[in-house]
Design a protein around this ligand. Structure first.
Ligand SMILES: Nc1ncnc2c1ncn2[C@@H]1O[C@H](COP(=O)(O)OP(=O)(O)OP(=O)(O)O)[C@@H](O)[C@H]1O
Length: 255
């Protein structure tokens, strides 16, 4: 499904990723953890085909990057990130922004097909945002924006969903609602999920695997209970901590 083999990424004579080997199978839900600058977003951008490795290979959905039409492949990948949000037009009504997700367009310059409109409205209903459907995107709160991005990413019924810190800037209530929506809309079925966060407690039960990065190197990758150990987390974050599992969710206590 997603395979990074011996990936190195060098920019301006700096090694940003070093010998990354990561194999994500269909239906697995992975969380990528690591300190600021450890290379998480670079990996996500590589899986989206926005960066190419300096050496090694990236295969997504059975296609090797470098030999495939990325525009076509990207329709099977939903991507939520702040940088994508910034490219959208703040004056556009919410339902239109969601509808553009069906085509991987940033904006419609022609009449929007009824089918796309109906689907966008349905997705907005599923995340309880129908009341905002005609409001301009730029007027939404942080929490509403994140959920609109989630709905947009699901328009094309992607096989792979990539979320880069979808809960950043959300209060506790909004964060829990967002996590609930992520679980409801992408937790079932065979969708493969890759999720980046700085907050260990966001690893809700739907997540199956964790990869830990330290300065561009993977120090652990596998089933979450094997990777989320105090020893490995101390190595990744350089902070001694204890981990408590509550309702299949890890909570970190700094010692
Ligand atoms: N095009 C580039 N040229 C030079 N350095 C780059 C480039 N892209 C990324 N980097 C560097 O690579 C490192 C990893 O960046 P990346 O954004 O992947 O980290 P991250 O783990 O997502 O960090 P954060 O948690 O702070 O978002 C950073 O030190 C960044 O400055």
């Amino acid at each position: 499904m997603i395979k990074l083999s011996n990936v190195n990424f060098i920019r301006e004579s700096r090694t940003i990723l070093q010998n990354i080997n990561l194999h994500i199978r269909e239906g697995e839900h992975w969380v990528l953890l690591g300190r600021n600058g450890s290379g998480k977003t670079t990996i996500l951008e590589m899986v989206n085909g926005y960066h190419f490795p300096s050496s090694g290979s990236v295969d997504v959905l059975g296609h090797r990057y470098g030999t495939v039409d990325l525009r076509e492949l990207r329709r099977s990948i939903g991507y939520i990130s702040q940088s994508l949000f910034e490219k959208l037009s703040p004056a556009d009504p919410v339902w239109e922004v969601v509808a553009t997700g069906a085509y991987a367009f940033l904006r419609f310059y022609q009449t929007i097909p009824d089918e796309a409109r109906e689907k966008a409205l349905e997705l907005l209903g599923r995340i309880q945002l129908s009341h905002l459907q005609n409001q301009p995107l730029g007027t939404l709160s942080q929490g509403e924006r994140k959920k609109v991005m989630l709905a947009r990413s699901l328009m094309s019924e992607p096989k792979v969903l990539i979320l880069d810190e979808p809960c950043s800037g959300l209060d506790l209530y909004e964060r829990e609602r967002m996590l609930q929506s992520v679980q409801e809309l992408s937790g079932g079925g065979n969708m493969t999920v890759l999720y980046v966060t700085h907050h260990i407690e966001e690893i809700v039960p739907m997540f199956t695997h964790v990869a830990l990065l330290e300065q561009g190197e993977l120090i652990a990758a596998g089933p979450k209970r094997e990777v989320l150990t105090p020893e490995l987390l101390k190595r990744a974050y350089d902070v001694p901590l204890e981990l408590e599992w509550f309702r299949d969710r890890p909570w970190a206590k700094v010692l």
